[in-house]
Design a protein around this ligand. Structure first.
Ligand SMILES: [Zn+2]
Length: 211
């Protein structure tokens, strides 16, 4: 076992994370998608193929996509197609050049926590727990919010809203939530992004269980 996900090849690391998240019920069936920037060409990123069981991925179940456009640059194996939510990952890599990994999971707790504020809320206040330091918030009694987005059927429309909103005002935390859907979290290393998924889900679980 490596000490950090960054010690592994990116697709191997992402496949291992997918098994981990699947085991916790965060990537049920084929749900969710994970990506990492290519190490040799940071203008491209590897993302999970569409329709693959997330508990059973191997490093061939990924495609390399351009950050600038929607071209497929490389296939892990013949016949696979990129995740239907690739445009959201592309938006995050375009917005944040230092980001190396972007992870998206579908969880019950995040969906419950976000819906508590109403289906049209645009921000979810996060609880001022110690764990929030893991998202880079070092304040006494922090008052930060998680940006919320509408779950349009047309995924590129969600990606366009994310890009426009974050270009106008950077998000307070390295994460966002799509209503009735799940969180997307990013980091400047694979390990950082992985840790942040755990932290965001911890905060969502707290909010979902709070009466
Ligand atoms: Zn999704």
């Amino acid at each position: 076992m490596s000490r950090s996900f960054d010690d592994l090849e990116p697709c191997q690391a992402l496949a291992e994370m997918a098994r981990d998240f699947h085991g916790r019920g965060w990537m049920a069936g084929t749900a969710g998608n994970l990506s990492a920037r290519d190490r040799a060409d940071p203008n491209s990123f590897w993302i999970t193929a569409s329709g693959q069981a997330k508990g059973r991925l191997d490093s061939g179940d990924f495609l390399r996509m351009a950050v600038a456009g929607d071209q497929v640059l490389e296939l892990g194996r013949p016949g696979i197609k990129p995740s239907a939510e690739t445009s959201i990952h592309r938006a995050i890599y375009r917005l944040f050049p230092a980001v190396r990994a972007c992870l998206h999971v579908h969880t019950v707790d995040a969906s419950l926590a976000a819906s508590r504020n109403g289906a049209h809320a645009t921000d979810l206040p996060l609880p001022p727990l110690e764990m929030i330091k893991g998202l880079g918030i070092w304040e006494e009694n922090p008052r930060v919010t998680l940006p919320l987005f509408t779950n349009w059927l047309d995924v590129p429309a969600i990606a366009a809203e994310i890009e426009a909103r974050f270009r106008a005002a950077p998000p307070p935390v390295p994460a966002l939530m799509i209503h009735h859907h799940g969180v997307t979290v990013w980091g400047e290393s694979l390990q950082e992004a992985y840790n942040r998924v755990e932290i965001v889900e911890f905060l969502m679980s707290y909010l979902a269980r709070r009466v």
